[in-house]
Design a protein around this ligand. Structure first.
Ligand SMILES: [Zn+2]
Length: 664
């Protein structure tokens, strides 16, 4: 198993890595069939997120996939026909190479916007070559998404600026568009149409999470609700039908959650979504579980609208022990938070924490995936019913196995630092990620006058602030003697592990700049948070020194005690901002330390990673499930396999592989 392939290919700045779900085959048959239905429900919603991210995404994807599947001048549809029909009208190989590259990046990022910078990217070939390729594909039988009466040539004219003009819809999400510009108008995503922040004053959303807001020509505001019979009706009906199939195989607690989810997809009502959140949190023991719905709010510059996502996973029993300990001790951690005692939660409600292996992720969480998740996001439900937290063990594993050693060496100040990273980096980062999710996001309380909804007042600053809070909790407690007492850290190596984590965190603020190749602002919330924390520590403590050697910059962690003391001070401040909803303070914190960076430093970092051919981000090829049917068409087993081919998986999901029968 050690020599199986992880890194499959490099596409531009991205790495494509295969994900493995080793525990699947050992699941009881019932759980395998349950997983199969949930897997189909996950893929069934894939197009929702494409459409939310950009209103033109699906049309663009269709054009790209049709070119790719007809580029040989034959096309899947024409295969086996008479020789004459297979006119050798092939696409120029260099152009095809560029279009293939672009399409892979398009799939990885779910559209033409980089998932980290939110900036548009364009194909490496010119518009004329692209057009020739599309016309050749059309002659080979490609079906393009033309509007009624529109020729292929007209369609290509219409889409050309979307593919090639960087000034058309330049940013997917723009939380800091500059003085006098509106965050919604500057964001090209499809969560709003013709709506500015000013339009929202005095308008109360009935469906804050699951609707698109549209301003009609007469100035009237309307919520287009995502539900059966509403927006995304077709996809949601398919999801619901697969969820219904799953119910029969679910544990009683999970069946209650799935039924609540189905109801919430049918009505779209906030009360039903809350009922689902509660039922999902109360299902603590199922070996297989899913997240399926409108969940994270990073795509929305306001931080309110939920992006659709789905995960299906099973518990990894071997890795769950450590994270369960954290959850069991959640009240102890809460009582020792370094913030004002009035913001500590008196009765921490069951935080359920598991290490899991992902079988499939779609929408907002795949092919690029988080490593930990804590839900629900609803602050009131977390306070009253608790939350569930998962650490994605097989994602951690795949990252670890696909990271080149040069990555750590290049940015470490000493060989000892690089060795610590090599030896303890993965362990320390998995533990801090668990703390981030289990005792970070779930912790603290907010002032009653915020009605459990600090997002509304903290607006575009909220998500980055919340990520900072959770990161700081992990950094603060990894150095706490309590972790050794709980058996989570080996006493003998404790100092080394703490140092490895603090060093990696400091290095990351530098290394992550490679991901923002254009502009001088960080848009993505986790990146903003990490930039803010490290730059704040540099400015306000003696924990990190900025050093230079041979024209290269290093962030060197020199004092772990000062690091932890600074983290405690900053965490106290960050919690105060969240608890009181102090928008101005949040904004000042991020604009001073988290948003802007020195482009010369970024250029240096980019040159260093490019010289070593290191990726900026990673997308994953998911495991593939296939039902094995008996004579009467009933599922009698489910087989798992690993495609090792990103394009094939994407085309299969789109129903465009000759052999694929689209079951979702
Ligand atoms: Zn987080």
């Amino acid at each position: 198993m050690t020599d199986r392939p992880y890194l499959l290919e490099r596409v531009g700045e991205a790495a494509v890595v295969q994900l493995y779900a080793d525990g699947f085959e050992a699941l009881p048959l019932n759980d395998k069939i349950l997983t199969w239905h949930l897997y189909q429900a996950a893929i069934a919603g894939r197009d929702i997120y494409y459409d939310q991210r950009y209103a033109r995404n699906l049309e663009m994807r269709e054009v790209l996939e049709e070119i790719l599947t007809h580029a040989d001048g034959v096309g899947a549809a024409a295969q086996g026909g008479p020789y004459e029909s297979r006119a050798r009208d092939t696409v120029d190989p260099a152009t095809l190479g560029e279009i293939t590259n672009y399409t892979k990046l398009f799939w990885l990022n779910i559209g033409p916007y980089n998932n980290l910078t939110a900036r548009k990217f364009v194909p490496g070939c010119d518009a004329a070559s692209f057009r020739d390729a599309a016309l050749a594909a059309a002659r080979a039988g490609a079906k393009f998404p033309s509007r009624p009466g529109e020729t292929v040539a007209q369609l290509l004219d219409r889409l050309e600026p979307l593919f090639f003009d960087l000034s058309v819809d330049p940013l997917c999400t723009s939380k800091t568009p500059g003085a006098g510009r509106d965050i919604l108008e500057a964001s090209a995503n499809n969560l709003y149409r013709d709506v500015s922040m000013a339009d929202l004053e005095g308008f109360v959303e009935r469906y804050p999470i699951n609707s698109r807001l549209v301003k009609r020509a007469d100035g009237r505001m309307e919520e287009e609700v995502y539900r059966v019979g509403g927006m995304y009706d077709r996809e949601i009906r398919r999801i619901v039908s697969h969820l219904q199939d799953a119910v029969a195989f679910a544990t009683p607690a999970m069946a209650r959650a799935l039924e609540a989810l189905i109801r919430s997809y049918r009505t779209g009502e906030t009360g039903d979504r809350e009922a689902y959140d509660v039922a999902w949190v109360e299902d603590r023991d199922s070996a297989v579980d899913t997240i399926n719905g409108f969940v994270e709010v990073y795509l929305d510059a306001r931080g309110i609208k939920g992006a659709w996502e789905a995960l299906v996973y099973h518990v990894n029993p071997g890795k769950t022990a450590a994270i369960t300990t954290l959850a069991r001790e959640a009240q102890w951690f809460e009582d020792h938070m370094p913030w004002d005692p009035s913001w500590r939660k008196p009765g921490v409600k069951g935080v359920t924490a598991k290490a899991i292996d992902v079988v499939v992720e779609a929408g907002d969480c795949g092919p690029v995936t988080p490593v930990g998740i804590n839900l629900p996001n609803d602050q009131l439900i977390r306070e009253r019913h608790g939350s569930k937290s998962v650490s994605l063990s097989n994602v951690h594993e795949a990252y670890e196995k696909s990271t080149p050693p040069a990555f750590r060496r290049e940015f470490a100040w000493t060989p000892e630092e690089a060795e610590r990273a090599e030896r303890w980096g993965a362990f320390a980062s998995e533990l801090t990620t668990s703390m981030h999710e289990v005792i970070g996001h779930g912790s603290g309380r907010v002032d009653d006058r915020l009605n459990g909804n600090p997002q509304l007042v903290l607006k575009e600053q909220y998500s980055a602030l919340e990520e900072a809070r959770a990161d700081l909790v992990g950094l603060y407690f990894i150095a706490d003697p309590r972790l050794v007492e709980l058996g989570l850290l080996p006493a003998d190596n404790r100092d080394e592990i703490v140092a490895a984590e603090y060093e990696a965190y400091a290095r990351n603020a530098l290394v992550q700049l490679r991901r923002v190749r254009e502009g001088t602002q960080i848009e993505e919330d986790h990146m903003r948070n990490r930039q803010m924390v490290v730059r704040w520590l540099i400015a306000n403590t003696s924990a990190i020194e900025v050093r230079r050697r041979e024209g290269k910059t290093f962030y060197v962690m020199v004092d772990a005690t000062a690091f932890r003391e600074g983290v405690g001070r900053l965490l106290r401040e960050v919690q105060h901002i969240k608890s009181t909803g102090d928008y101005q303070a949040a904004r000042a914190l991020f604009e001073t330390y988290g948003v802007n960076f020195d482009p010369a430093l970024r250029d240096e970092v980019v040159a260093r990673v490019d010289a070593l051919n290191l990726p900026s981000y990673t997308g994953f090829v998911m495991p593939r499930l296939e039902p094995i049917l008996d004579e009467v068409g009933e599922v009698r087993d489910v087989a798992i396999s690993y495609p090792l081919d990103f394009a094939a998986q994407m085309l299969e999901y789109s129903g465009k592989l000759p052999a694929s029968n689209r079951v979702w």
